[in-house]
Design a protein around this ligand. Structure first.
Ligand SMILES: Nc1ncnc2c1ncn2[C@@H]1O[C@H](COP(=O)(O)OP(=O)(O)OP(=O)(O)O)[C@@H](O)[C@H]1O
Ligand SMILES: [Mg+2]
Length: 367
């Protein structure tokens, strides 16, 4: 997959952009606060319809403006398509080849990205929410239909929360919602576990290279929805929900379900969250992200890879490994850095360097 051209208007601090990006490596470089991350924000929005840093979409619109937009020409499987996202204060609209899309699966069939940013250290070193979000994003990148399941679970949970907050909760309503939660929650858990199983061999392989063969990594999904099939998982989750009902009624809040699950990242038998050093955490996060790319290649479509702030995140050894691995995968890499030399010797014929200054982009060397 390759983004060949990017157009952006009214987007954060960027001057109107029209940039040819048709190269395997694109490096956006410049001093702090010039707009480098904002360019990645634009590409990320195009590929996921979500902001890169989890802010609101409204904040992507340029200060003082009422709307903004990004257009990308993206090639996948030899087919070029035009993707457009329009942002207004009231929401966003996605278009594919000039037509508004109603089925998002069609939109996401030809555009995907995996991002690696300084905030990703949280996946390993902070609470379970970050690991669930990572896994759901990974599963969405692999199979966009995952998003529908995540949204359905959220809807059931918010309805259940509202039902529990009523002065006199209706037990029949709670029973019906728990039935739905057991069914859809078990599906969500099955999808997450399937994704983890697909990633595990790649995580092990990448980590072994990064750590020169020292240490083994295991990803373990922790859930009450135990079982080998979605049906078994549903039964386990239903009995957990039944056992928790009394507590939920007393505390008037939802206490059980896949929103409490965790993915344990275990390094040499110990929790990496509890015991991992900073360097170990960075290698682990990089292993997770590269594993997503490798699993994607097995499925036949290699997403765009966005790296924000390479020099602050990775030392030269890890950067060299990352660049080599992504190049072997045939991925298009779009990276930001304050120090372009940090990326090592990128192949000059395959690298486009874009200088970013006060929101303006200038290609100053290319093939
Ligand atoms: N909605 C917006 N409209 C206009 N400017 C914005 C908006 N949102 C953020 N900015 C500004 O964009 C500037 C550039 O931000 P960006 O994060 O892209 O910088 P950067 O080049 O990645 O810097 P660093 O190297 O520090 O990461 C910031 O100074 C910020 O104030
Ligand atoms: Mg930045």
């Amino acid at each position: 997959m390759r983004i060949r051209r990017l157009v952006a208007q009214g987007f954060r601090n960027l001057e109107p952009v029209d940039l040819n990006l048709d190269a395997p490596f694109v490096v956006f470089h410049g001093q702090n606060a010039q707009g480098k991350t904002n360019v990645l924000e634009a590409i990320h929005l195009l590929a996921t319809l979500k902001p890169l840093k989890g802010r609101g979409r409204r904040e992507l619109i340029q200060w003082g403006g009422n709307e903004g937009g990004v257009v990308g020409w993206v090639e996948a499987h030899g087919i070029d398509r035009q993707y457009r996202v329009k942002l207004t204060k009231s929401g966003r609209q996605a278009e594919l080849d000039g037509k508004r899309v109603s089925a998002l699966n069609e939109y996401f069939a030809g555009i995907r990205c995996i991002s690696f940013t300084p905030l990703d250290a949280r996946i390993v070193s902070e609470g379970p929410l970050y690991r669930r979000q990572w896994l759901d994003r990974a599963a969405f990148t692999a199979k966009p239909a995952h998003l529908g399941v995540v949204r359905t679970v959220h809807r059931i949970l918010s309805q259940k929360g509202a039902a529990l907050r009523l002065e006199l909760p209706d037990l029949a309503v709670l029973d019906a919602l728990d039935d739905q939660l057991a069914r859809v929650g078990a599906e969500l858990v099955s999808r997450r576990v399937e994704m983890l199983q697909a990633l595990q061999p790649h995580v092990s392989a990448v980590h072994s290279t990064l750590s020169s063969g020292v240490g083994t990594v295991k990803l373990q999904y922790k859930t009450a929805a135990l079982g080998d099939s979605p049906t078994d998982r549903m039964k386990s989750l239903r009995s957990k929900l039944e056992d928790t009902r009394g507590n939920e009624l007393r505390r008037r809040t939802v206490l059980a379900g896949p929103q409490t699950d965790d993915v344990q990242v275990v390094l040499d038998g110990r929790s990496a969250r509890m015991y991992g050093s900073r360097g170990q955490v960075r290698s682990l996060v990089l292993s997770l992200k590269l594993a997503e790319m490798m699993a994607a290649r097995e499925r036949g479509l290699v997403p765009l890879f966005l790296i924000d702030d390479v020099s602050s995140e990775l030392d030269r050894k890890r950067t060299a490994h990352l660049v080599g691995a992504l190049s072997d995968l045939g991925a298009q890499v779009l990276a930001t850095t304050t120090d372009p030399d940090h990326m090592g010797a990128l192949p000059p014929h395959d690298t486009l360097k874009v200088a970013v200054k006060e929101g303006s982009l200038a290609v100053f060397s290319s093939k």
